[in-house]
Design a binder for this molecule. Structure first.
Ligand SMILES: Nc1ncnc2c1ncn2[C@@H]1O[C@H](COP(=O)(O)OP(=O)(O)O)[C@@H](O)[C@H]1O
Ligand SMILES: [Mg+2]
Length: 265
């Protein structure tokens, strides 16, 4: 375990030396690379139907805006850029939280954000965001296509990496030796301040664990009244062995002033 952790620490140090951390830098070509991405417009009706509110400031976006601010503070302090969003089991609301957070970050004009689908077996971000037939991002992760042609831009400062179809061999794809270079390439191209990865759930396969050494920190989404305390504990412990735990979001709280979201660490 120590060996793995020191390897993770080294990889993270390398990324930070290469300019990670929440700060908007514009190396030459970055603005042009953003402008060149294919633009997609999100439709408010689709977003609302899927409980996505954080594209504008409102009562329902407040829990996400608060979470964003808290995450940003810690990420800036620690020079972290890559955030994994995962949960113990499917259906906790990872993708809903990831999409809301991405749109909340995107309302900060000084922040560039990339939202990446990593739940290869059950991709859902595209449907949640109402983006039909997006380019299949898994082809970029597999090293078959370039990110330039597969990322979609929303507004000026949010890029989406989506999958329309589930991918077979997800586990192998997430452990492929070429994956770290692909992620670095996306970051060199777009110089994002924040990269949010919508991961698979932790307790159904080893897909999530296979990816955690590529991120700086992780957020765990649990489902109120469904996820057990034991499962939260187990996942938090496993996350803490691999990365930095930003906190636990308790989703689908029925009687809560924060519109169904609680957050604690
Ligand atoms: N706070 C919430 N209250 C009620 N339903 C929610 C909430 N968050 C998510 N959902 C619903 O729960 C289902 C699973 O959410 P999703 O984000 O797809 O979960 P996951 O990505 O963890 O599998 C979706 O139908 C979503 O609309
Ligand atoms: Mg999902």
């Amino acid at each position: 375990m120590e060996k793995i952790q020191s390897a993770i620490a080294k990889a993270r140090a390398r990324r930070q030396a290469s300019g990670a951390g929440v700060a908007r830098l514009s190396p030459p070509g970055v603005d042009a690379a953003w402008s060149a991405l294919k633009e997609t417009r999100l439709v408010t009706r689709d977003l609302r139907r899927n409980r996505i509110f954080a594209d504008h400031g409102c009562a329902e976006s407040t829990p996400f805006d608060m979470l964003r601010t808290r995450m940003l503070r810690q990420m800036r302090a620690e020079k972290w850029r890559r955030v994994a969003i995962t949960s113990p089991h499917p259906g906790c609301g990872k993708s809903t939280v990831a999409a809301n957070l991405a749109l909340s970050f995107a309302r900060q004009p000084d922040i560039r954000t990339v939202l990446c689908e990593i739940d290869m077996r059950r991709p859902s971000l595209a449907r949640l965001l109402g983006v039909w037939a997006p380019p299949q991002f898994s082809r970029v992760l597999a090293g078959e296509e370039t990110p330039e042609d597969h990322l979609l831009r929303v507004g000026e400062n949010l890029a989406l990496a989506l999958n329309a179809e589930p991918v077979s061999g997800a586990s192998e794809m997430l452990q492929a030796p070429s994956l770290p270079q692909t992620l670095d390439r996306i970051e060199r191209l777009l110089a994002p301040s924040v990269v949010l990865f919508d991961l698979p759930p932790m307790l159904r396969s080893d897909d999530a664990m296979a990816f955690l050494d590529k991120v700086d920190c992780a957020l765990l989404v649990a489902e109120a009244d469904v996820t057990t305390i034991d499962d939260i504990d187990r996942c938090e412990r496993e996350l803490a062995e691999q990365t930095n735990v930003l906190g636990v979001v308790l989703n689908k709280l029925r009687h809560h002033e924060a519109n169904g979201y609680g957050y604690g660490d």
